[in-house]
Write a protein that binds this ligand. Structure first.
Ligand code: ADP
Ligand code: MG
Length: 239
């Protein structure tokens, strides 16, 4: 474990009614402790998971559009609005790691292609070829398998976005190996990923953000109810 706590610097906030400070989960946030090698962020769409993850990435010195410390490229809309308003407590401090943003992975892949024009060797960290020549899911797994591995902090925003259920399971096994020497904070909607044991799950629908058990998450409950009784569920929904 490296990152022990993120604290919101409330005294610096001048416009509490504006984004990002008006997001309910952040309105009531004082600090969030990290106790495990793997921490999940869950919550409804718009509950503030990405906003906080991006701010942590910013404070880690990672490109807020996605990438590590050495990835500099132009990407609009990568401002970390909350970045200057949080403080991270480390023990020990690490500088290595990666910020994965599903929504700007395409631009990240462009960036790697550009670097590879000068130095084709960089593809080795991404499965031996351009991320654009792999399917979305393949390129994600190539990144997880080849680029993730060293100790450090890995911030992943919806890594399941491109992955089939079978590949989400493959991801769990990669995650399990990686967490032995790294810390991961993962925003996810996947009931498969959330099932990873020994992880903390923070619920962004609660105010203040609090820990929640796997079986209590909406993601688990809704998926389970749907799969167990699809016909009944559909009848309620569609009739
Ligand atoms: N740049 C922005 N300007 C204004 N509001 C934003 C901006 N980015 C996100 N929001 C709003 O902040 C809320 C939280 O967004 P986000 O952190 O992306 O949620 P999540 O990742 O949990 O789905 C949403 O209601 C969203 O519309
Ligand atoms: Mg998000």
């Amino acid at each position: 474990m490296y990152l022990r706590e993120v604290k919101l610097l409330r005294e610096k906030i001048t416009s509490p009614d504006r984004y990002p400070f008006n997001i309910p989960s952040l309105r009531s946030l004082e600090s969030l402790p990290f106790r495990k090698n793997v921490t999940f962020f869950v919550g409804e769409n718009g509950s503030g998971k990405s906003t906080l993850l991006e701010a942590i990435a910013y404070q880690c010195g990672f490109h807020t559009g996605g990438g590590g410390r050495n990835n500099y490229y132009e990407l609009a809309s990568s401002e970390a609005w909350l970045g200057d308003y949080i403080r991270l407590s480390w023990l020990p401090k690490v500088n290595s790691g990666f910020f994965l943003r599903a929504e700007s992975f395409f631009q990240f892949a462009n960036h790697i292609d550009e670097v590879a024009r000068e130095d084709p060797g960089v593809y080795e960290a991404y499965g031996g070829r351009s991320l654009h020549e792999q399917s979305h899911g393949e390129s994600f797994l190539a990144l997880f398998r080849h680029r993730f591995g060293r100790s450090g902090i890995y911030l992943l925003d919806e890594p399941e976005a491109a992955l089939s259920p079978a590949r989400q399971l493959a991801f769990l096994s990669i995650l399990h190996k990686l967490q032995r020497k790294a810390q991961l904070i993962i925003a996810t909607h996947s009931p498969i990923l959330l099932g990873y044991p020994e992880a903390d799950i923070y619920n962004f629908d609660a105010q203040p953000i609090g820990l929640i058990e796997y079986e209590e998450t909406e993601h688990y409950r809704i998926s389970r109810r749907f799969l167990e009784n699809r016909k009944f569920y559909l009848k309620e929904l569609l009739d």
